[in-house]
Ligand binder design. Structure first.
Ligand code: RBV
Length: 427
């Protein structure tokens, strides 16, 4: 169907890339006790023998450990990126050396190459898909519906992907079962909150060499990601301003002690703007017109649609690369508005970005791994549509992590369990 080449056919110094990619993976693996435990089980039981797994994810070191763990559990795996700027070519090259893995991920691909690589992954004729953002599920349903009968199910990593899947399911258009990995407590209470909070702020700080202290940081959206960004920015002595469209979330942010105001007002006072809404057109022309000179604009949502860069480009009289990963847009009146990482997912797409910290991705990918196992083991239990991850699987991952951290915890007595299950104990 497609002749898009794997990464090994696209790099000049392949050996050096493979070596450095492997070094990054070894470092990540040392800090991923959940993946180690799950991997030991897969090595022993080979649950994916004969399966073909297609993946579109951020191909860097932690993701590579997930890919390798699935392949070592017996699967044949084809993988590509889920964002044109988040791939680490060296890691992609290291993965491609595995006899059961083909990696097509490459950093800096254009739109056509991005989708050609997705098609190359689909060429595997997968029995399972693992997505971050739902581009694989969409491409299969739109362009390769004949493969759907052979697909047992899938798993989706992120809020935006789950949102798209639910919309597809509501339309009756989703034709195989997919686990909403994002929605489990072990994922979103950690990855979305701490992961996005820490890695977005770290990427912006490393990219700009500027301080958070004393800045007005505008966080657009107070979902799980926004909560994390706001909390960590406040912890770095920033003055946090939250914008919201949902009344209870706006109230939550207010009660947390943040200033809450419309974006039109925040635009006038903000020093840094960070979007986390998952929606489009959050920072637009009228906002750019009232911003201060020197502001930073960054996005932590999955797609690059939250900051209207076309409008910004239209307003600009000049544009230049102010630093690696920073594009300055100069306005007619001399103000400079600085966009980081092209308005793409800042914690993964800036040149220095490394994605979420290893520990949180160990949790998220631990869930991914056991979800793939569950989907194959109990395929009959899952109809076409979006499925919550069974709570027992989520707890299994939490317990592995607690044990690795040396944290002990209590369990219910029989009397307590009986009490919690009864309704007849009153005053
Ligand atoms: N994410 N992956 C990484 N591999 O470094 N960092 C973040 C990584 C995932 C995260 O789980 C989030 O839901 C998704 O990226 C957004 O695309």
């Amino acid at each position: 169907m497609t002749a898009y080449p794997p990464i090994s056919e696209q790099l000049d110094d392949l050996e050096a890339a493979r070596e450095e990619g492997r070094r990054k993976m070894d470092w990540a693996a040392q800090h991923m006790p959940i993946m180690e435990a799950v991997g030991d089980e897969f090595d022993a039981n080979q649950p994916f023998e004969g399966e073909r797994i297609a993946m579109a994810m951020h191909v860097e070191a932690k993701t590579a450990i997930l890919v390798e763990t699935l392949a070592d559990g017996g699967a044949e795996v084809a993988v590509t990126g889920c964002n044109p700027l988040s791939t680490h070519d060296d890691v992609s090259a290291a993965l491609d050396t595995h006899e059961n893995i083909t990696s097509y991920a490459k950093r800096g691909v254009d739109d056509d190459e991005y989708y050609e690589a997705i098609e190359a992954v689909i060429d595997l004729e997968p029995t399972v898909t693992v997505d971050d953002g739902m581009d694989l599920v969409a491409a299969i349903h739109e362009d390769y519906p004949e493969l759907i009968d052979g697909i047992v199910g899938g798993a989706e990593e992120t809020t935006t992907g789950v949102h798209r899947l639910r919309a597809m399911d509501d339309d009756g258009a989703l034709e195989y079962p997919v686990f909403a990995v994002n929605d489990t407590p072990m994922k979103r209470l950690f990855d979305n909150v701490h992961g996005t909070g820490e890695s977005s702020l770290a990427s912006i700080a490393m990219t700009t060499n500027l301080s958070w202290a004393g800045k007005n940081v505008v966080v657009a959206g107070y979902g799980y990601c926004g909560k994390g960004v706001a909390k960590k920015a406040a912890g770095q002595n920033a003055n946090v301003i939250v914008t919201e469209v949902e009344p209870r979330r706006a109230l939550e942010a207010h009660m947390e002690g943040y200033e809450v105001m419309p974006m039109a007002d925040a635009a006038e006072v903000g020093d840094v703007f960070l979007t986390t809404t998952g929606n489009r057109d959050v920072v637009v022309r009228e906002h750019f017109q009232s911003m201060k000179d020197g502001v930073l604009l960054a996005n932590a949502g999955h797609f690059d649609i939250e900051i209207d860069l076309d409008a910004l480009d239209d307003l600009a009289v000049d544009r230049y690369e102010a630093r690696d990963g920073v594009e300055a847009y100069e306005m007619e009146d001399g103000r400079r508005l600085n966009v980081i990482a092209e308005g793409r997912l800042v914690n993964l797409a800036a040149p220095v970005s490394l994605g979420h910290p290893v520990e949180v991705m160990d949790q998220s990918f631990g869930i991914q791994a056991v979800c793939v196992r569950e989907m194959l083991e109990n395929a009959d239990e899952y109809d076409a549509g979006v499925h919550d991850v069974p709570d027992e699987l989520d707890k299994e991952i939490a317990e592995i992590k607690l044990e690795a951290e040396g944290v002990d915890f209590d369990s219910l007595t029989d009397t307590q369990r009986e009490y919690m299950g009864s309704w007849d104990h009153g005053t």
